[in-house]
Ligand binder design. Structure first.
Ligand code: PLP
Length: 358
């Protein structure tokens, strides 16, 4: 099937086949990766290679630590304020969708966050020009969600905050294109969209931000503990890290993120063009300049046909096209691992469905 789920999402077939081929016996060790001690030489080689390949892919400067953590991106909503600010500190949130809003709400427990702009009243369909926004004078950081998975709104250029560092939730566009890591204090991402199975969260954090955690910070949320222990303070999600490592290898083999971005742009263009050229039968509510390359939400002119659309698509082996329950309509998530053929099939189906129902 072509799986358009928002996450956990489709993974590259060659990566899954490779994992299958070494499932019982990883490279002659006689063990599955699932059975290895996380302190043994085999697993150490796996996590070290995964980190090295990710550093190559994203060109991560040496002043940044790479952490493989648990708890999902949601845990980082709390870990970030706990690690980098004090309870009385002002911080800014630019809220372009539900995930940014959740991050803001969690931060309220640990510092003094302010929403400097929210797209909620416009149903999260655009991103304002950053220059026109007023930041809090002493803000310690500006938090953004680089790609709002539910609303399909993606930053194309990242803001440069006047006050404080830039922090981004990149869960749903991580490794989908090159990023200048040096613009950010922290980048974090749950793996389960573009780079692996759920269970591991990747945090890329500038080293000078580590070591200032609030006193109440649980040990499992303290970046210093994880950085000092190379993500091996406690038992890490070993198999997930291994799978991410295979995906990073695959992305490098594809020519790196410049090539990956070209493929993603091509797929997204085919789908958005089909929507825009349907004479209003399909509609994407997101402003064109910030449409996501990863998550494409669309509605039908006749909402009563939506259930049929999803059902008929599933019969044609295109699954998980129903939109998020909070926004309705349809959503096609077309992450790195969605083949071009999947998008072409979807567009052909959309045209056929329109002909039958227009
Ligand atoms: N941030 C974004 C942009 C997401 O898409 C998601 C999940 O879909 C999350 C955060 C929450 O991630 P997790 O379920 O790993 O906690």
């Amino acid at each position: 099937v072509f799986n358009f789920a928002a996450g956990p999402a489709t993974l590259p077939e060659n990566v899954l086949l490779k994992a299958q081929s070494e499932l019982y016996n990883w490279r002659g060790s006689g063990m599955s990766v699932m059975e290895m001690s996380h302190r043994g030489k085999e697993f150490l080689s796996i996590i070290q290679k995964a980190e090295a390949d990710l550093r190559t892919l994203l060109n991560i400067p040496s002043e940044y630590a790479v952490l493989f953590l648990q708890g999902g991106a949601t845990t980082q909503f709390a870990a970030i304020p706990l690690n980098v600010v004090k309870p009385e500190d002002p911080v800014d949130y630019l809220v372009t969708g539900s995930w940014g809003d959740k991050a803001f709400k969690e931060a309220q427990k640990f510092c003094k966050p302010k929403v400097i702009w929210s797209g909620k009243s416009e149903k999260y369909t655009r991103i304002p020009a950053f220059e026109g926004l007023e930041q809090s004078p002493d803000a310690k950081y500006l938090h953004i969600c680089a790609n709002e998975t539910i609303h399909g709104v993606e930053f194309k250029d990242y803001p440069t905050p006047k006050n404080g560092i830039l922090i981004a939730d990149m869960s749903s566009n991580f490794c989908s294109k090159p990023v200048d890591v040096s613009k950010f204090g922290i980048i974090y991402a749950g793996a389960q969209k573009n780079v692996g199975p759920s269970g591991v969260t990747i945090v890329i954090v500038r080293k000078d931000l580590i070591g200032n955690a609030q006193e109440i910070t649980p040990i499992m949320l303290d970046y210093k503990i994880h950085a000092e222990n190379n993500s091996l303070y406690n038992t890490p999600p070993c198999y997930c890290i291994y799978m991410c490592g295979l995906v990073f290898e695959d992305l490098l083999e594809q020519g790196g993120l410049v090539e990956v971005e070209k493929k993603n742009e091509k797929k997204a263009k085919i789908l958005y063009d089909a929507i825009d050229e349907s004479n209003g039968f399909y509609r994407c509510p997101v402003e064109k300049s910030v449409r996501s390359l990863m998550n494409v939400p669309f509605t039908l002119e006749k909402p009563e046909l939506e259930a049929d659309f999803v059902k008929e698509a599933a019969k044609e082996k295109m699954i998980q096209l129903k939109g998020h329950r909070s926004v309705g309509g349809m959503r096609a998530s077309i992450y790195n691992a969605m083949p071009l053929a999947g998008v072409e099939n979807l567009v052909a189906f959309m045209k056929d469905f329109q002909t039958r129902h227009a």
